[in-house]
Design a protein around this ligand. Structure first.
Ligand code: PEP
Ligand code: MG
Length: 318
């Protein structure tokens, strides 16, 4: 079947294995564009744009209106990632201290946990919007159970505050985390007992696993998600998720790498999330794949110790 005719057909292999195929979105327009690809939802709604394209920290009302519209536009599962600034993403109206290693510095959940009022404003806005759709909350850049528990505790405070004001929110709202640090990979079994889902952020996971700056052109040749350490990390995280009866998704760009799809299928990835325009191609590949073959391939690839061997098994020309 041609790419353009993928339409409403499910992301299901020839031998009947279904996966969830979602879009990543960086603003409302991305969701509008993505729905034409018949997505199963939005697996990553990057909330940064609300903060970066602004002159002040967005208020609860401003955020609520955007999350509500996003939920209505999407009409299906909408995974809102809480603020992930720092690293290379700054705000014009907030003075960040200069850091020698911003990607190893004050970023993402670290900022949210410190600027607690700002975090609570965002969480309350998400909770209020949650009655308009199937919203999930996702925390970025987690490295410890302490951080996760603190974030969940703050979320609970927000829920209680809304209850006291008789403001409704979806009491079944799922709370998940991104797996994008080596620490979260190694502790995946423990994290899996305390969240409803994982989403693997291979863009950051690759940079932190390999100690290769994802934006540094001089070493871009070393930045490679097919590195055996990254593949084994993905395998471990999916297993930890399944052992604890939660789903493992991926919202890093590796999920839309056509050379990786079969491998990820075989490793048991439940949800693939990617830029909308990639969806027809990846769906086409999934629909023309055999899950049984994918499992054999993944078993084979995850035994390999060098990039060269991984490439050989996947027939990738280096
Ligand atoms: C990732 O790190 O893979 C990810 C999806 O997050 P971002 O690219 O926004 O850092
Ligand atoms: Mg990331």
């Amino acid at each position: 079947m041609e790419l353009t005719k993928q339409g409403n057909f499910p992301a299901k292999t020839k031998d009947g294995k279904s996966v969830i195929l979602c879009a990543n979105a960086g603003n409302l327009q991305d969701i509008k564009n993505a729905v034409q690809y018949h997505i199963d939802g939005v697996g990553l709604f990057r909330s940064e744009f609300l903060y970066m394209e602004n002159t002040h920290f967005p208020t609860e009302e401003e955020q609520f209106l955007v999350y509500k519209e996003a939920a209505l536009l999407c009409g299906k599962e909408l995974t809102i990632r809480t603020l992930d600034i720092g690293g290379d993403k700054n705000l014009s109206y907030y003075q960040f201290e200069k850091e020698d290693n911003p990607f190893l510095g004050w970023r993402a959940i670290r900022i949210s946990l410190e600027l607690k009022d700002m975090f609570k404003t965002q969480l309350r806005a998400i909770l209020r919007a949650s009655t308009y759709g199937n919203i999930r909350i996702m925390f970025p850049m987690i490295i410890s159970l302490e951080e996760l528990r603190m974030a969940k505790e703050i979320l609970k405070e927000c829920q209680e505050e809304l209850n006291n004001l008789n403001i409704t929110w979806d009491h079944k709202i799922e709370v998940g985390m991104m797996i994008e640090t080596p620490a979260s990979v190694l502790l995946a079994e423990d994290f899996a007992k305390e969240v409803d889902f994982f989403s693997i952020g291979t863009n950051d996971l690759t940079q932190y696993m390999l100690a290769v700056d994802r934006g540094n052109k001089k070493i871009s040749g070393m930045y490679n998600s097919f590195h055996p350490s990254v593949i084994r990390s993905i395998k471990k995280v999916i297993k930890a998720a399944h052992d604890n009866h939660i789903k493992a998704g991926m919202c890093g760009e590796f999920a839309s790498d056509e050379k990786a799809v079969l491998l990820l299928l075989g490793l048991g990835l439940d949800e693939f999330s990617m830029a909308g325009k990639e969806i027809p191609n990846i769906k086409y590949i999934i629909r023309n794949s055999s899950y049984e073959n994918a499992i054999t391939l993944a078993e084979n690839v995850s035994k390999k110790s060098t990039l060269k061997e991984v490439y050989e098994v996947l027939s990738i020309l280096s």
